[in-house]
Write a protein that binds this ligand. Sequence first.
Ligand code: PBG
Length: 325
Amino acid sequence: MSYPSQRPRRLRRSKALRSLVRETRLSTEGLIYPMFVCPGSQVRTEVPSMPGICQQSVDQLVEECREVGELGIPGIILFGLPEQKDELGSGAWDPAGVVQRAVEAIRKAKLDLLVITDVCLCEYTSHGHCGVVKDGQVLNDPTLEYLAQSALSHARAGADIVAPSDMMDGRVAAIRRKLDEHGFTEVAILSYAAKYCSAFYGPFREAAQSAPQFGDRRSYQMDPANAREALREVELDIEEGADLVMVKPALPYLDVIRAVRERFELPVAAYNVSGEYAMVKAAVRNGWLDEKRVVLEILTSIYRAGAGIVLTYHAKDIARWLKAC
Ligand code: PBG
């Protein structure tokens, strides 16, 4: 039976009807807000390509965390800008490093907030790559111990979840083993399982000062053309002990999010990355897009594709808008 007995417009007639039949409902409950911590005190420097997002010292960061919690956002993910970078990226596992101190301070402030830490070396290495470099190559296996040490230092500081974003093979297993050996069996691993080699990370590299000083990340991050390979990456990370898996970036990879959602039972996260944020902000500044409508539509599309968790720089704005709805 079709028209005139079938009239899909019947259910679009009023706000109440549309809301009743809505398949994807927006909520603040799945949001994670990314934050950048830097040395010093009283520092709050806006990242030029990411309006509204700042590099902040621990004291300022804790204040913003309080606001994030009050908005009903369940958690944050932390990235660190170390005092100094070196060849190995030793700032990444320094017990007195920026991220470790920030986690401790958030814990001390007794905020009701999940604390996730990004585990990677690129913000801490002088060459800007995510692993140990020798003769111009990023080495896999020698990097694993450093990543595991970093994750352990985050757990010791009080992180709830550690999130490796380096794309070395075997890092989830190495981190799980290290955490368990030291009694941190309850600290979960959110694996950036399908992380693509994307041009959309540009603004983040400005924020985190982590652009590679030579070459690119194509030898370890995924080729944007591959979706089946993403399923294999996710499968391997689950076998190694990941508790949650992530697809990153989000918008250009909605098909991958959907495929991962259908194939696996674990919670799926998606990272609405810096470049996706910057595009929206730039267009809004020019008066070319309606920020609220565009951001809520983007969020809807990521949830609709199958993500249950969305890491996004828009989190605070979204929480405010949803509260006012
Ligand atoms: C670190 C890392 C990156 C992002 C998250 N963790 C950058 C990269 O791989 O170069 C990107 C996040 C964003 O663009 O918002 N490896």
